[in-house]
Design a protein around this ligand. Structure first.
Ligand code: ASP
Length: 714
């Protein structure tokens, strides 16, 4: 058995009734149907007006004239000949009874009219049709008797294919006609479905199902495909007009899903309301509202299918309202919903703001990325992409890895390389040398793709200009790519500018610390940088602070750092200050100073001219020197730090003097307090009386990966 209920607008006129008949006939082809009908739209309101109008039958009939005309018009259009006459007679006699009824019963006649017309039409169309008198079957307050009456009526008519029943009406315990409350035909349908042990319950209406908000107020409201009984009850109780709240319980008790469908678009699947286990839905369901006109207040309910985090949910609602310039009067929560009390004057704006925040996902833009490098930072980055997919999507950005290459293999897959299969895919990639990976990228990458350099290659930057000219953006964590001669750096920047692409490299100094952004912001705002002291060599910080704290020679400490993977593959690059020098070049250029390597005075711990195989013997031989410097530091209550410095100096060619060397810093200097691999930048500028200090962890694959992702998504 199927129960189909059609609301007032679905039977408002002959055209709409024809649609209903088509839907019902198709359903009856599959299984028996109980068809529950509302009164034609506006009828119940008119009947209520009549019931509180003149008490005499003539006066009532006069008032009912327009309503009678509407019914007569429907009959004229649906029937011909003898059938039309009979339908007219029946209609007039129902009106006759109505005007002679006690005032409180007048409202029950609307459904009698609509259901008798439709039942007659179905019978005329040769469908085995039976009209059921809901006033006899549905006894208000007596569920068991009601269900028994319904099942007996069905059983007594085994030949019936379609049973047509007026919705909304019932009788009270004394047998007098009564109603199930405004909008009660939905409830009638659920009662019929439970009583007849139906397999389906469909509520046909004039909207495409239960929606995330009232579409009249929130144009971007959309249909909720699946939801739980609980959420449906919550929405119906708190203002969603599409379903009469009491309907939910009988269906839920019978374990029967409620399907809300659109009469005017019958192929639309609408909304299915069922138990949480089968509804498969969870999360925010919709937003509804109820007004309390006396207080000029509107309560807005944001409803979830599952238990919510009350505080976080209330905060999110409050925040989004404030962003829309609305101050809620109060925001409270229950287990599964948030209720915001709003001044009615701004209720529509509030509904729109809440809907925007919770239901209107930012349109997703997908960015294609090509990764170069498959070392620790690249692996951490790829893993992060896998973990952050959901977060990125929330911000409207999805990243798809299209290319991946290391120094000898690359793979390009336009379908995308999932983070989980990256290693395996790379393994099966093309073996290559030279620029083949870059050539392959240039062949297929659309503008605005991102090339991500996570290598420590000395010469990958030579391809940057070509990529930028093709409109491909670049993000790099490789400082060798940026600390190139200034003309090359300037050419890259110009290629980016001229081709509407970007090149970002925040990770190259201080890893995840927001160093370059801060410097370029000061420079952009016209602030004049007086000096930058950068303690940015994690390796040398670790070495100097360990030498100070632990026993052992300087050589021992370097050896330990190398064993721990803290140094470059060639530790001389750290000890010679090359790493710190590169960072200083990048920092200076960010401040608008075209610093070149030759402008920097470098005092290495040990020079690159020391042969690599002589490194440790040379360090051992220098121990007295290191020990003496450390004693000097102790005597002056200072620490040794390896500092890259840029200082305003009108006498120097660029207006700045730059150096990279070991210095003694006392307790007044922030670098004194650095531990291990921490970095610090101390920036003094003309605008600010106190220096800007940026301090924190300066290394780590995870941190670098996070910083690269920020550059990608920024
Ligand atoms: N006709 C009734 C009303 O307008 C019941 C219904 O349509 O559900 O309230």
């Amino acid at each position: 058995m199927q129960v189909l209920k059609f609301g007032g607008s679905s039977v408002a006129n002959a055209t709409n009734i024809s649609r209903v008949l088509d839907i019902v006939t198709a359903a009856a082809g599959k299984d028996r149907v109980i068809l529950v009908l509302s009164a034609i739209s506006g009828c119940t309101d008119s009947l209520l007006a009549i019931s509180s109008g003149p008490g005499d039958p003539d006066g009532r009939l006069e008032m009912a004239a327009p309503l009678l005309e509407r019914h007569k018009d429907i009959i004229t259009r649906l029937f011909t000949g003898k059938e039309r006459d009979e339908a007219m007679d029946q209609c007039k006699s129902i009106f006759e009874s109505m005007v002679h009824s006690p005032a409180e019963e007048i409202v029950t006649f609307g459904e009698l009219l609509s259901s008798s017309i439709v039942a007659r039409k179905l019978a005329c169309d040769r469908i085995e049709t039976l009209w059921l008198d809901s006033r006899k079957l549905i006894i208000k307050g007596d569920k068991d008797q009601t269900y028994k009456n319904i099942s007996d009526a069905i059983e007594a008519n085994p030949g019936g294919r379609v049973f047509v029943a007026p919705g909304f009406i019932a009788s009270d315990a004394n047998g007098r006609p009564t109603t199930l409350g405004r909008g009660g035909s939905d409830y009638s349908a659920a009662i019929y479905a439970a009583g007849a042990k139906a397999d389906t319950l469909e509520i046909w209406t004039d909207v495409p199902g239960m929606m995330t908000a009232n579409p009249k107020t929130v144009p971007l409201a959309r249909t909720i495909p699946l939801m739980s009984y609980g959420a449906a009850l919550d929405m119906a109780t708190h203002g969603a007009k599409v379903l009469y709240a009491p309907t939910v319980k009988p269906a839920m008790d019978a374990g029967l899903p409620i399907n809300i469908r659109n009469t005017f678009n019958p192929s639309d699947p609408g909304t299915i309301i069922s138990s949480p286990e089968t509804s498969g839905s969870n999360g925010w369901t919709g937003v509804t509202s109820t007004d309390s006109p006396q207080k000029e207040e509107t309560l807005i309910y944001l409803i979830n299918d599952t238990p919510i985090n009350p505080e976080a949910s209330c905060d999110r609602v409050t925040d989004c309202l404030r962003k829309a310039g609305i101050e809620p009067l109060e925001v409270t929560s229950s287990d599964t919903d948030v209720c915001a009390s709003i001044r009615t004057a701004v209720a529509n704006a509030a509904l729109q703001a809440i809907h925007r925040e919770f239901f209107e996902t930012v349109p997703l833009s997908e960015t294609l990325v090509f990764i170069a490098g498959f070392g620790s930072v690249a692996k951490a980055f790829i893993q992060l992409l896998g973990e952050n997919a959901a977060a990125a999507q929330r911000n409207g950005k999805a990243l798809r890895i299209i290319g991946l290459g290391n120094s000898h293999r690359y793979i390009i897959d336009k379908e995308g390389i999932s983070p989980q299969e990256a290693a395996q895919k790379l393994e099966s990639g093309v073996y290559y040398s030279g620029n083949k990976y870059i050539d392959a990228i240039l062949e297929c990458a659309p503008r605005r793709s991102i090339f991500i350099d996570l290598t420590d290659s000395e010469d990958i930057h030579r391809s940057f200009t070509r990529l930028l000219r093709a409109g491909i953006n670049i993000v790099t964590s490789n400082r060798r790519s940026i600390a190139v001669p200034f003309v090359e750096f300037a050419a890259m920047k110009a290629a980016a500018r001229e081709n509407g692409a970007f090149i970002r490299y925040e990770t190259t100094v201080g890893s995840a610390l927001p160093v370059l952004g801060s410097i370029s912001l000061s420079a952009n705002s016209g602030d004049e940088i007086l000096s930058i002291e950068a303690v940015v060599s994690c390796t040398l910080n670790q070495i100097f602070s360990s030498y100070d704290l632990f026993p052992g020679t300087f050589a021992d400490i370097v050896r330990k750092a190398q064993e721990d993977g803290l140094t470059e593959k060639d530790p001389r690059i750290d000890l010679a200050g090359t790493d710190a020098l590169r960072k200083l070049l990048i920092i200076s250029r960010e401040a608008g100073i075209p610093l070149e390597e030759r402008d920097v005075e470098i005092r290495p711990v040990i020079g690159m001219d020391t042969p690599l195989d002589r490194l440790y013997p040379t360090l051992e031989a220098m121990e007295p020197q290191f020990a003496a410097a450390e004693r000097e530091a102790d005597k002056t209550l200072s620490h040794q730090r390896f500092v890259a410095t840029l200082r305003k100096d009108p006498a120097s060619p660029n207006g700045y003097k730059a150096s990279v060397r070991t210095r003694l810093v006392d307790q007044k200097h922030p670098a004194y307090w650095l531990k291990g691999t921490e970095n610090a930048l101390i920036i003094r500028s003309a605008f600010h009386p106190y220096p800007l200090l940026i301090q924190g962890p300066g290394e780590g694959a995870q941190q670098a990966a996070g910083s690269v992702l920020n550059d990608v998504l920024r």
